[in-house]
Design a protein around this ligand. Structure first.
Ligand code: MN
Ligand code: MN
Length: 283
């Protein structure tokens, strides 16, 4: 990974994880990191977050580029976990760009090791708690079941969910997952979030009207403004994050790439402001 040696405590590393081998429906998210970077640096937007944090002028974040994902599941998992662990070993934090949601399991392996008591805020149309899907236990529909089984997460708070079936309700009960279904969510709802907090943001949490470039279109989701509001009002600093499930194959206009780039800016600003942005955004 380039620039790993430049990471200092408190820095944030942007890390591309182009892995979609366990997508159940469509491939494509492996193409996402380079498209998000292209949107970020296209000249169509500046690098200033809404709170005024100018990322252009901030030397505390570094783009480590894309991981080379080897063939074979065990090797791929080890590569992703190892990369995150080497960032964490330097006292820095990861903002990972998927890939599909299967990347979160190996990332949370590293995070669970480094941060006992880890809490995860998970925004998604889907709970991704399947024990297996189509016989695949590493499916992008399973990462949180795997992380919970291994005890990597102490608390999982899911928001935006609108696809629960009986199996996934059972799984949520079994693992003590706190699920705020989309039909019950309201702006400003108190999720009682506390640190250490990791954000896992699946772009299909947003309504497909706002984020058409995803594999699974699930109407009835968040507006862009609502997701920005959640990020900007987090009550504690993020110790890590992933942005997953952008599928450039379904994004001919580039609108979802622009959305992903905007979310990268806002998440980076939230991480680098170390909570000051969150305090400023709160009444
Ligand atoms: Mn997901
Ligand atoms: Mn999803």
């Amino acid at each position: 990974m380039r620039e790993l040696e430049t990471l200092e405590p408190g820095h944030v590393a942007l890390l591309g994880v182009p892995w979609d081998a366990h997508s159940s429906f469509l491939r494509g998210p492996a193409l996402a990191p380079r498209q998000i970077r292209a949107a970020l640096h296209s000249g169509a937007m500046n690098l200033c977050a809404e709170n005024g944090h100018d990322l252009e002028a901030d030397a505390n974040w570094h783009d480590l580029g894309d991981l080379a994902i080897p063939v074979g599941d065990e090797a791929a998992l080890a590569t992703i976990t190892g990369a995150a662990a080497s960032v964490l070993a330097r006292g820095a934090r990861v903002l990972a760009l998927g890939g599909d949601h299967a990347v979160s399991f190996p990332l949370l392996r590293a995070y669970g090791e480094a941060y006992p008591g880890l809490a995860v805020l998970h925004l998604d149309a889907h709970s991704d708690l399947y024990d297996e899907l189509d016989g695949d236990r590493l499916s992008h529909a399973c990462p949180f079941a795997r992380a919970l089984e291994e005890g990597r997460i102490t608390r999982l708070v899911q928001v935006g969910i609108r696809t629960l079936n009986p199996h996934q309700r059972d799984q949520a009960r079994r693992f003590g997952v706190e699920v705020v279904e989309m039909r019950d969510w309201q702006p400003g709802i108190d999720l009682r979030l506390a640190g250490p907090l990791y954000l896992s943001l699946d772009l299909d949490a947003l309504d497909p009207a706002f984020a058409p470039g995803v594999s699974h279109h699930e109407p009835g989701g968040f507006t862009t403004r609502e997701v920005l509001g959640i990020i900007q009002s987090l009550p504690v600093p993020l110790i890590g994050a992933d942005l997953v499930e952008f599928n450039p194959v379904r994004d001919p206009t580039g609108i979802t790439a622009a959305l992903a780039a905007k979310l990268v800016k806002e998440i980076l600003a939230q991480m680098l402001d170390d909570g000051t942005a969150a305090r400023r955004a709160r009444p």
